[in-house]
Write a new protein. Structure first.
Length: 460
């Protein structure tokens, strides 16, 4: 049966003034636009099934936005909810769309426009279907370093561990027309878009946006001579980058260098692709109930509430910036919510966690609503004979998911980040549950579920 595809993009840049996400203590909302943000849609149809992948220059989505978009596309574009994958690149230079405690409110007017645009771009892609075939390629690249650095005193901090695990590869999925020219180039690499720090107050798609811009410029310059249509659409996809940061940081020049490096690797990977992947399209979703660690005791929560309230009052008296007040208000709110949970008898809280799989030709795409550690991506690819793209920040985001071995090291991702998410932390026992579900979705009969040993890194 023939395979058809349509692609489309739309501008989703917010206005200056919206609160940005990804860092606490930003003093104000965005002051300017450095580069535009986009949402891109790929719709594939083989006459039996229709699937859609939307990639957007945002940090992540709240679950209400995911639900609204999926419901609308089911009603208006013939797309089953489990066949719609909503993925974010996780830029830390975009607006608040996933509501984090301590990082500023959502702009509901922007959220309404964003939701309409996401629905619209997918519908437009579905109206542009044409015959295609798919190819898959890979190329070596690494712009990031494992950020979980252990200091001589035993503390784990956000730093640089050059011996820690990374995924030094760019994976590509090319959508090619009947004339052989590439219409869309999906590329995936695992690295946090945190080239810039919290001092940045300009809206930016960060290195994923720079990579797309470099590819677009290259396609136009080559004019189709390289087998890529001049108006071909690049899609940036984010891998399991929960513990990976760029090693080039803190300047706009570093953003461009990181983006260019991934763009060059994606272009090479496209050349490395060969053969046709087939016309198979499948979609599935499995929800796993993941156990959560209990909150501190009621007494400890009350101590934290008093401490954060006192800090908040001092900041107000010192006329601190709105961003500083928002941070401390968020900490008070988290401790108050934790106290309520701590007061309940027989704690046994669990978080429903939906893992999605799209099969596009011979490529498997796994989508996780979390900040997954890179070891998961490495292992899923190693276990499967078919190419696997493992994506974080897909269909929302519940928080960080370390591997079990990382809990003993502590650090930001284990001990603090969940407070920004307004939740409790996942337990180490989540790892085998997640692995088993992922391998079921990949159709692996006898996968190795052994947790990986803690890799000994080295610090520069």
């Amino acid at each position: 049966m023939p395979l058809y595809a349509g692609v489309c993009e739309t501008n989703i840049t917010p206005p200056p003034g919206v609160w940005m996400s990804g860092y606490g203590f930003r003093p104000t909302g965005a002051v300017r636009i450095h580069d535009e943000l986009y949402a891109r849609a790929l719709v594939l149809d083989n006459g039996v099934r229709r699937v859609a992948l939307l990639a957007m220059d945002l940090i992540s989505l709240d679950m209400d936005v995911v639900e609204r978009v999926r419901e609308a596309l089911a009603a208006q574009a013939g797309l089953a909810p489990e066949a719609v994958m909503l993925h974010c690149t996780h830029t830390h230079g975009g607006p608040t769309v996933r509501l984090y405690r301590s990082m500023g409110p959502r702009d509901e007017a922007y959220i309404d426009v964003l939701t309409r645009k996401l629905i619209g771009v997918a519908k437009q892609a579905a109206e542009r279907l044409q015959p295609v075939h798919l190819t898959y390629g890979e190329s070596a690249a690494q712009i990031g370093v494992n950020r979980r650095q252990t200091l001589p005193d035993g503390r784990t901090v956000l730093g640089e561990d050059y011996g820690g695990p990374v995924a030094p590869v760019v994976q590509t999925l090319c959508v090619n027309g009947t004339d052989g020219q590439t219409l869309a180039l999906l590329f995936c690499h695992a690295c946090h878009p945190t080239t810039l720090g919290g001092e940045n107050l300009a809206i930016t798609a960060e290195w994923p946006g720079a990579a797309v811009a470099h590819l677009k410029a290259r396609f136009r310059a080559e004019g189709g001579d390289s087998g890529i249509a001049p108006d071909a659409l690049p899609f940036s996809l984010q891998g399991c980058c929960g513990d990976i940061n760029p090693y080039r940081r803190l300047t706009w020049e570093a953003v461009e260098a990181n983006g260019r490096a991934i763009a060059d690797a994606a272009h090479t990977a496209r050349w490395n692709a060969h053969g046709h992947l087939g016309e198979t399209l499948e979609a599935a979703e499995e929800t796993v109930e993941l156990p959560l660690l209990p909150p501190p005791s009621v007494e400890e929560c009350e101590r934290q509430i008093a401490e954060w309230e006192a800090t908040l009052e001092r900041e107000r008296a010192a006329k601190a910036s709105p961003g500083h007040l928002i941070f401390y208000e968020g900490r008070v709110a988290w401790a108050q919510a934790a106290r309520e949970i701590a007061a309940r008898p027989n704690f046994a809280e669990k978080q429903p966690f939906a893992i999605q799989r799209l099969t596009l030709g011979g490529v498997q795409i796994l989508g996780f609503p979390a900040e997954m550690f890179v070891q998961y991506q490495r292992d899923f690819s190693a276990q499967s004979s078919a190419p696997v793209l493992s994506l974080s920040y897909t269909n929302g985001c519940w928080g960080y998911v370390p591997t079990a071995a990382e809990y003993a090291r502590g650090g930001y991702e284990v001990q603090d980040a969940y407070k920004y998410y307004g939740t409790l932390m996942f337990t180490p026992e989540c790892e085998p549950l997640l692995r088993a579900a992922a391998y079921r979705l990949l159709g692996l009969a006898d996968p190795d579920l052994t947790p990986y040993p803690l890799q000994k890194g080295r610090d520069r």
